[in-house]
Design a protein around this ligand. Structure first.
Ligand SMILES: [Zn+2]
Length: 141
């Protein structure tokens, strides 16, 4: 089994609903997504996937949608005000926690046709959350 990992840095703002810590107020993070793909077969060049292809397909989406953007839950009442003032936002179905941002990037990577097995989202230098979906059969190997 082969694994390849690419790290993508991006800046984002957010705030969390139903939460009493510091992240309940609007603020930003310098985030880092660590995206891991896995597969058995290599292509004719001996690669699972070209790192530059990974960059093009995933970093492009992150740059366009998440980087220097405000990630907010669709239930956040501040959305209406921000939209009224022409602010750019990325609306998530769930609270924009590190866990849910990791899942969002995982789903985008999967939907872009890449064999993703895990996304780790570093929210700060010391804290990260991961989302992975590993079939039980694969974990026995
Ligand atoms: Zn935060």
């Amino acid at each position: 089994m082969f694994r390849v990992t690419r790290e993508i840095e991006f800046c984002y703002g957010h705030r969390l609903l139903n939460y009493n810590g510091k992240c309940r107020h609007l603020h930003g993070h310098n985030g880092r997504a660590v995206i891991t793909l896995e597969g058995r077969e290599l292509d004719s060049a001996g690669m699972l996937i070209d790192f530059s292809e990974m960059k093009r397909r995933i970093q492009g989406w992150i740059d366009e949608n998440l980087d220097h953007n405000l990630l907010l839950c669709r239930d956040d009442p501040i959305l209406e005000t921000l939209r009224k003032h022409g602010e750019r936002v990325y609306v998530m179905d769930a609270n924009p926690t590190a866990e849910n941002i990791a899942r969002l990037i995982y789903e985008q990577t999967r939907d872009a046709g890449m064999p993703v097995v895990e996304v780790v989202l570093w929210e700060t230098e010391h804290c990260h959350a991961a989302y992975s979906h590993r079939p039980l059969a694969a974990s026995r190997e």
